[in-house]
Design a protein around this ligand. Structure first.
Ligand code: PDD
Length: 283
């Protein structure tokens, strides 16, 4: 079994997991999602993912009519039934199916989906040697804090990275580095750690928050401040954070070597503490 699926609270086979052609997720991208990681049967901040989903729902005026408790129970049940120790849980909620019109329909029930898949760890050499990134203009809307399923700009950016043989595409809005196509961006200069403030221009990553806590516990100097593309290239260290990315060192951007071209000391300490956290956390 590759994936275990619950659709609208019911367990369904892959072949029978179908939604309406008039689902607003399909027609308008009118929905939100979460990707949650399970390590050795333990959730990595499921509670924070649920809080973010609730906040996103409020921001798009989406009533989670099936009940958040119901969703949490379904997620837990699905992970248990899958038998996967290391898993990803994809959760998507849309405004449901209705004849196509832009304004929100009344009396439509949400479509809600939970997919559990087994996760194979990324190649160890990515973490040991670091990976490459490219920079691309941030062409998304200005409400990037909402984890909406409208990800075309992110998909185009990631495709550009793939075609360039890079791991990730780092967005710049004008001259300012925001985040990356599916991860947040940190940079280190002279022992100081910088990351874009958690405003409307980035997703407030769950991994980002976990890393901020690690940074504080290490008494590293942290600046949640914007920084320019130029500063990114002058950085001593650059790394990404994300649910599937974890903490990933970047050693080359647009063909230019970052720092010494190997994962830096601060990045490695954060990676080590993050790994430890994944071995203990369950909430
Ligand atoms: N993406 N920024 C963007 C644009 C993202 O899509 C993601 C996550 C992150 C990191 O957030 P978190 O630490 O909560 O995973 C930042 C998910 C994993 C995805 O789309 O698959």
């Amino acid at each position: 079994m590759d994936a275990l699926i619950y659709l609208n609270g019911e367990k369904v086979d892959y072949e029978n997991a179908k939604v309406s052609v008039e689902d607003r997720g399909f027609l308008f991208g009118d929905g939100i999602y979460e990707v949650i990681r399970v390590y050795n049967g333990r959730f990595f901040y499921l509670n924070r993912h649920i809080e973010r989903l609730k906040k996103g729902a409020e921001q798009i005026y989406l009533d989670l009519d099936f009940g958040v408790e119901n969703l949490v129970e379904t997620i837990k049940k699905a992970v248990k039934e899958s038998g996967f120790k290391d898993a990803s849980v994809y959760v998507q909620v849309t405004r449901g199916a209705a004849p196509r019109q832009h304004a929100f329909p009344s009396n439509t029930k949400c479509t809600w989906l939970v997919i559990v898949r087994e996760v194979k760890p990324q190649p160890q050499e990515y973490y040991e040697n670091g990976v490459m990134a490219i920079t691309v203009p941030d062409e998304r809307w200005t409400r990037c804090n909402i984890k909406t399923v409208q990800l075309l700009a992110n998909c185009i950016a990631k495709e550009k990275a793939k075609r360039a043989g890079a791991y990730e595409a780092i967005f710049h809005r004008g001259d300012i580095i925001t985040e990356a196509s599916s991860s947040n961006v940190f940079m280190v200069k002279d022992g100081k750690i910088f990351t874009h403030p958690a405003n409307n221009l980035i997703l407030h990553g769950i991994t980002r928050y976990a890393v901020l806590e690690i940074i504080k516990n290490n008494n590293f100097e942290l600046y949640e401040e914007t920084f320019s593309k130029e500063k990114l290239f002058e950085a001593d260290e650059v790394f990404l954070t994300g649910t599937m990315t974890e903490v990933m060192p970047i050693v080359k951007i647009d063909g230019k070597i970052i720092g010494d071209g190997v994962p830096g000391k601060i990045t490695m300490k954060i990676m080590e503490d993050f790994r430890r956290l994944t071995e203990t956390i369950d909430c």
